[in-house]
Design a protein around this ligand. Sequence first.
Ligand code: C2E
Ligand code: CA
Ligand code: CA
Ligand code: CA
Length: 273
Amino acid sequence: AKAEGRNGIAFFEAAMQADVERRLTLERALARALDASQLCMHVQPQVDRDGRVTGAEMLMRWPQPDGSFIAPGIFIPIAEESGLIVRLGHWALREACRAASLLAQAGRPVPLSVNVSPAQFRQPDFASRVQAALAEHGTPAGALILELTEGLLIDQRDASLARMRELAALGIRFSIDDFGTGYSSLSYLTSMPLYELKIDKRFIDDTPHDTAIVQAILAMARHLGLRVVAEGVETQEQADFLVAHDCDGLQGYLYARPMPLADFLAWLARQQA
Ligand code: C2E
Ligand code: CA
Ligand code: CA
Ligand code: CA
């Protein structure tokens, strides 16, 4: 039994070692891909109740030689652990500003939402980097919506609030991503310069069978004067319920999957026609 236990521990350590090595390999490859300009951003539209485009979210993709993509759900957590997320996130911001200027040139200046990781937001030079990215492409601050997570707003509330106010003064807008998933404290909602809440897909999945949370979020947002976007809208039934309850924005496969910027421009042109 003793030997067996030792073997068990040895097996466990070997498995942990393999996991650490797998992560390290992935992280190095990701850093190389970033340096070699191999990453790209896909764009997923958001529409209003009448199907008109109101914005779009920028989502990172890591293309592979075989034409497939490694999903951000795999590489973003690894980048967050290693700190590489700061460089990745800054690149994503610049890409969003570049995309915004192309959209403006095409006569369709829809605001673009960019995901910002807590570690990236907490960089001392974050605000000046946002300004530099905007200036690089002559992009107005109103073209960007930064998606933050609840954890960031609660854990370092004062620092986050000061930073948000600084950026909000420039015209940058803020959205809370995955709203309702992590924290029970809602008191931050009234003091932060917020524009929007994004209802997490898990609550949309429950719609229209179990709508208590979605209805509570929509009612609360209305009282607070915040815009609400539902993410992960996949069925017409979900859309109908959300529209009937005055949800402002709808995002999901029902309308469009995330797509390359060139495809998004073509998609926009079709919507207009
Ligand atoms: P998220 O910010 O919650 O993004 C929404 C995710 O839901 C995206 O997954 C999108 O493709 C997916 N989605 C949208 N509509 C539907 C739908 O109708 N059905 C289903 N099943 N899924 C839908 P994606 O692109 O794989 O991104 C996963 C997560 O990775 C994002 O979740 C975000 O947290 C993170 N991420 C992506 N790009 C970036 C980035 O540039 N920076 C940072 N920090 N995180 C990013
Ligand atoms: Ca998001
Ligand atoms: Ca989300
Ligand atoms: Ca989510």
